[in-house]
Ligand binder design. Structure first.
Ligand code: NAG
Ligand code: NAG
Ligand code: NAG
Ligand code: NAG
Length: 382
């Protein structure tokens, strides 16, 4: 069987070369808007001319523009004839939100020093659809604010100092970004009646299992993207809507996934559980056998074996676990003996294209049964 072995090693080397060349995982659609970062997380050395302002008195002065041709336009904002419904007040060192003109639909207040959001400035701003308050010092949003803005679709409050999800959020919301705050609690009813919400981002907060109830997500029947990465959860969040396409839970302390957790999830395509504490014990063998799943990331956990997955899965990240062996016959989603003339779903074979296994206790060559099963695999990192 010398020739056979030679062919096999050549194949393995070829695949490995491919793997090395394509090690960078494909970039996912960015979920955060670029260009909002004003204070980088890595502190720059202080510039002598502009020392870091001392709170609360030493904020740099508000930057006022020249009087606008529009009488309604606040001096700390700019108003453009090309975008008559947008009010641009970002990067102006604002502490207090100016009175918002009635026709405003898009309100940009990111990168300022706002610490509180009260209802007064919004009194006549009933048309607002989009508010960007990212990267301020907000610790409080009055619940009356949202009574004034019944048509609000997008609310961006990431990079602030909120400790709870604000109360009184409007039922009209479609996107809510609250990442990088200090949120440890989602009060009961926070998302009541919010059936139009498609995106909820609570990334990088301080949410623990007790900070959420089992009905927290109950009304979010249209939710598509949920990001709870970088919190302190030990359990999978309860009652997550089955409408989800994308569920991100990286960087928590989750050590098990209940057996029926994903029952009824018919659209779920992207699941990330990188950097948790999952071991074989906490992972029922077939929990990720989800027909719609395309991309499963379980890097940096403590798995000793490869979980079973569906033939439709395209990307699987299992790097930096404790896997010692991989048996292609056992993990193959379809029987290897399937009749190739069978025109069912199976005839194309499993769709896995990208597999990461580096940082485990595995070494090349890649077992032949893995290659035999996953014929679409064009890179494997081992
Ligand atoms: C709001 O609109 C009312 C009625 O048009 C007007 O009388 C009032 O001055 C406005 N308030 C502010 C704060 O612009
Ligand atoms: C939800 O969206 C639908 C369709 O766009 C719209 O008709 C409905 O009014 C929205 N619901 C709320 C509470 O805004
Ligand atoms: C995985 O799910 C498919 C249906 O999507 C089913 O036919 C198959 O038996 C399941 N595999 C295992 C190992 O449970
Ligand atoms: C892989 O699993 C199959 C079926 O369980 C078994 O027959 C085979 O011996 C295993 N291969 C190795 C290399 O352990």
């Amino acid at each position: 069987m010398k020739a056979g072995t030679g062919l096999f090693s050549a194949l393995a080397v070829f695949l490995l070369l491919g793997a090395v060349l394509t090690q960078t995982p494909r970039q996912k659609k960015p979920t955060r808007r670029p260009g909002l970062t004003r204070r980088p997380s890595v502190p720059k050395p202080a510039e002598p001319a502009l020392p870091e302002p001392q709170e609360p008195t030493d904020f740099p002065p508000v930057i006022l523009g020249p009087p606008s041709m529009y009488i309604y336009c606040p001096r700390e904002c700019s108003c453009s004839p090309s975008y008559p419904n947008a009010l641009n007040c970002e990067n102006r060192n604002i502490r207090n939100i100016p009175v918002i003109p009635p026709q405003t639909q898009y309100l940009y207040l990111q990168n300022n020093y706002i610490s509180e959001v009260t209802a007064e400035p919004f009194i006549n701003a009933t048309e607002i659809r989009w508010i960007n308050l990212a990267n301020n010092r907000i610790h409080r949003i009055d619940k009356n604010v949202f009574e004034k803005v019944p048509a609000l679709l997008y609310l961006y409050v990431q990079r602030n100092s909120l400790k709870e999800v604000p109360a009184g959020l409007p039922a009209s919301l479609e996107q809510l970004r609250l990442g990088r705050n200090r949120i440890s609690k989602i009060p009961a009813g926070s998302f009541r009646h919010m059936g139009n919400l498609t995106l909820l981002d609570l990334y990088h907060n301080q949410l623990s299992d007790s900070g959420m109830g089992k009905n927290t997500f109950k009304d979010l029947k249209g939710l598509v993207q949920l990001n709870l990465a970088h919190n302190i959860l030990k359990k999978m969040p309860a009652g997550v809507p089955s409408s989800l396409i994308q569920l991100f839970l990286d960087k928590n302390r989750i050590d098990d996934v209940p057996k029926d957790y994903f029952d009824g999830f018919t659209h779920l395509a992207f699941v990330r559980l990188n950097y948790n504490q999952l071991s074989d014990k906490g992972l029922p063998k077939t929990v990720f056998n989800i027909t719609s799943l395309l991309d499963l990331q379980l890097s940096h956990n403590q798995l000793a074996s490869v979980p079973l997955f569906n033939g439709h899965l395209e990307h699987l990240h299992l790097d930096h676990n404790s896997i010692e062996s991989i048996n292609g016959t056992q993990i193959c989603p379809y029987s290897l003996e399937a009749d190739p003339s069978d025109h069912s779903d199976h005839s194309m074979g499993p769709r896995l294209r990208y597999l990461r296994l580096d940082g485990n206790h595995l070494s090349p060559p890649i077992p032949l049964d893995v290659i035999m099963c996953f014929r679409h695999l064009h890179s494997i990192v081992i």
